[in-house]
Design a protein around this ligand. Structure first.
Ligand SMILES: Nc1ncnc2c1ncn2[C@@H]1O[C@H](COP(=O)(O)OP(=O)(O)OP(=O)(O)O)[C@@H](O)[C@H]1O
Length: 673
């Protein structure tokens, strides 16, 4: 255990020079209401050093705000020279932030609030700014991004999907342009040339997945170059292949991660993998998966295999193994050992039991595409490892994209730890504080809100069974809807969205349903969810990162009402949904519904206790408020388990990389499945 701790603990690094705290006893002047509100919310002295910088930013802003656009750009150029000639970025911070603030006000009529300046300083400092949902993280990001872009080494702004990357880059483009910064966007369909151009820009927006894959492709390219013997000609030719291709990325200098919890934690359980071209062995593997997918139907729990609910593990017993031997097999499988066949069958059974279409994945254009359970979104380009993905493909009868030896792989953790400086922002980081610190060396610092939040958390409602719960949900939607207030309902799966939609139809309640298929369309629908009387049903976080503006009159009625239909595996995800209402000081309310047959109890309490709960709740009428705590306890247990999984992945990756290095290999390439 001790060795594990050691390997997991990242080495100490020096942090950038940080702003000085105010002198003891120095009087603090409050210039604006907003600043007064900040200070009233400051409960942690950690913010004092950021607050102390605000007057200096104000001073620079006052000095520079009358400059013409041209002079503003010139001034920005001056800052670039100073940064390039080695002046510390911490020293340039007040002036740089003032410039960005002026550019925001001038180009978009959005002058950064003091709390946003504080958020920007937190991120600059190599921490995660936890800013309430709706506080304007997109605009806040421009501050550290601009500052770190000054030395010209490139800044990567990473977020969860192509749509958000493009949207945020385009939204903020005017600010950067005014200050003479070039902005590039990486999108999944781009050619290498387009990518290279985007990475040459001062600031590059993209997804963590694209940043990771580009890194891996570059790595493969460099190796190919070396293998072709060009590398020996020295630095002149290094990094160019025979086709004269060059790597697309530059150095990894500063990455700013938006939706940091989603990118750095939720996505961190599956590595990014580039596969190599299939050969003869792969054909056999395809045949094995396809055979196992058919054979699996013959196997019964307890008769042929044991299923361990805690670990979700399948193990064939003696009669199961016998059955494997008896089931006819195609000729191609003659060379496959029995032990391997047992594995294939166990995997096929596991996949049948634990991976469901519409919940864990969807089939899109003949491909199995992972739905990130925690966000309800398509996890583009990801694959489950250990043959699970291929087993699902075989089960669904689509092309099996098989067990190709992996050409290259990297985990999200490794990717972001490669950056010299890392910062992030999110609405919901506090519950993962320990993980951010341990794995990424990032502190989480809570930012005060610009206006006092007005969101009402209504008491939980617990029911004996799903049926009673859904009936109560429909009743509550009807109640709120008839008052003209908009309602946003989050469900855990696409199937449940559809179930609720059917119930709403029967109840004659007009509504809109979203699923995880098209992020851009969803985001637009969610952004309209604040219109009077609107009912929107979405898989948990289908519209994450989308701003919901209240329609006319909705403010007076109490704002948007958010209904969470089930607890999620992580409390953070529940809070993201809750964060759709009560934005920027708007009114709003939210309620959590639960039932004793919810999945959360099965995973959190185990099948034995779950069965008892389900039995107990079956014919229960009315509500069971005293059970709410049990749900939260189960949720915490699941969170701990997931954290454990990620730690194990990281530990194994570290061991694997160490081994590769010792053998003189590239740890990101040369990796077995
Ligand atoms: N300084 C500002 N002045 C005026 N409006 C602002 C300012 N900052 C942000 N806003 C507005 O606040 C709203 C919320 O911004 P944004 O969507 O970036 O919030 P967010 O923190 O990213 O939310 P979420 O956590 O839900 O993604 C937007 O409509 C934006 O235009």
């Amino acid at each position: 255990m001790e060795t594990e701790q050691q390997t997991l603990d990242p080495p100490e690094t020096s942090t950038p020079e940080s702003p000085q705290p105010p002198k003891r006893g120095a009087p603090r002047t409050f210039r604006t209401d907003s600043l007064r509100s900040i200070c009233s919310q400051v409960t942690r002295s950690g913010l004092a050093r950021y607050i102390s910088k605000l007057p200096l930013i104000d001073k620079f802003e006052a000095e520079l705000k009358d400059l013409s656009d041209r002079d503003l750009r010139k001034h920005s150029l001056g800052l670039r020279h100073r940064a390039k000639s080695g002046e510390s970025l911490a020293k340039l911070l007040p002036e740089a932030f003032a410039l960005v603030r002026i550019a925001g006000a001038r180009t978009m009529n959005m002058r950064h609030y003091e709390v946003q300046l504080i958020g920007g300083m937190i991120m600059f400092d190599g921490s995660i700014a936890e800013m309430e949902t709706g506080e304007g993280k997109t605009l806040t990001a421009t501050l550290p991004t601009y500052l770190y872009a000054l030395p010209g080494k490139g800044v990567h702004v990473a977020t969860v999907n192509d749509y958000l990357a493009a949207r945020d880059a385009e939204l903020m483009m005017p600010v950067y342009k005014m200050l003479g910064m070039s902005v590039g966007i990486i999108e999944s369909q781009m050619s290498s040339d387009e990518r290279r151009k985007a990475y040459q820009c001062d600031i590059t927006y993209g997804t963590s997945k694209e940043f990771g894959f580009d890194f891996l492709r570059d790595r493969l390219l460099i190796r190919q170059t070396r293998e072709q013997g060009l590398g020996v000609l020295g630095p002149l030719l290094a990094g160019k292949s025979q086709k004269n291709e060059e790597p697309v990325q530059r150095e990894h200098f500063f990455a700013l991660v938006d939706e940091a919890d989603s990118v750095l934690i939720d996505d961190a359980r599956t590595p990014l993998v580039i596969s190599s071209i299939p050969g003869e062995a792969e054909k056999v593997a395809v045949a094995c998966h396809q055979w196992a997918a058919l054979a699996e139907r013959e196997f019964e729990e307890d008769r042929h295999y044991e299923y361990e609910h805690d670990r979700k593990a399948v193990e064939l017993n003696v009669s199961g193994r016998m059955l494997v031997r008896q089931i006819p097999k195609p000729k191609l499988l003659d060379t496959v050992g029995l032990v391997d066949l047992y594995d294939y069958v166990e995997r096929a059974i596991k996949v049948k039991r634990d991976f469901h279409s519409g919940q864990h994945y969807v089939i899109r254009d003949g491909e199995v595409v992972i739905v990130d359970e925690s966000t309800g979104r398509i996890a583009e380009g990801r694959k489950w490892s250990y043959g699970i993905h291929q087993a699902i493909e075989a089960k669904e009868g689509v092309e099996v994209t098989v067990a190709t030896g992996q050409a290259a792989r990297i985990t999200v953790q490794d990717l972001f730890l490669r950056y010299r400086h890392l910062g992030g922002m999110t609405g919901t980081a506090a519950s993962s504080k320990g993980e951010f610190k341990k794995i990424y060396r990032l502190n989480v610092i809570k930012c005060p809100t610009n206006r006092i939040p007005q969101r009402k958390l209504l008491p939980d409602r617990v029911f004996g069974n799903g049926e009673a719960k859904w009936t109560a949900i429909v009743d509550e939607i009807r109640d709120v809807h008839t008052k003209g207030r908009p309602v946003l309902v989050g469900t855990r799966t696409i199937e449940k969205s559809e179930h609720l939609s059917k119930l709403l139809e029967e109840a004659g309640i007009e509504h809109e349903v979203l699923n995880a298929h098209q992020v851009a369309v969803e985001a637009e629908i969610v952004s309209r969810a604040g219109q009077p009387g609107k009912v929107t049903v979405a898989t948990n976080m289908a519209g994450r990162g989308t701003d919901i503006k209240l329609g006319e009159g909705v403010h007076a009625l109490g704002g948007l009402h958010v209904i969470c239909t089930e607890l999620h595996d992580s409390a953070r995800i529940d809070r993201q949904l809750v964060g759709r209402c009560g934005r920027q000081g708007d009114p709003g309310s939210t309620r959590q519904f639960m039932a004793l047959d919810d999945d959360c109890l099965l995973v959190g309490l185990g099948p034995k206790r779950y069965k008892k709960m389900v039995e107990y709740g079956k014919n229960r009428q009315g509500e069971l408020p005293s059970y709410a705590n049990l749900f939260r306890k189960a949720q915490r247990k699941i969170e701990r388990k997931h954290f454990g999984d990620r730690k194990v992945l990281l530990y194994h990756e570290k061991q694997r990389k160490k081994m590769h290095r010792e053998m003189g290999q590239d740890p990101y390439l040369d990796s077995p499945d």
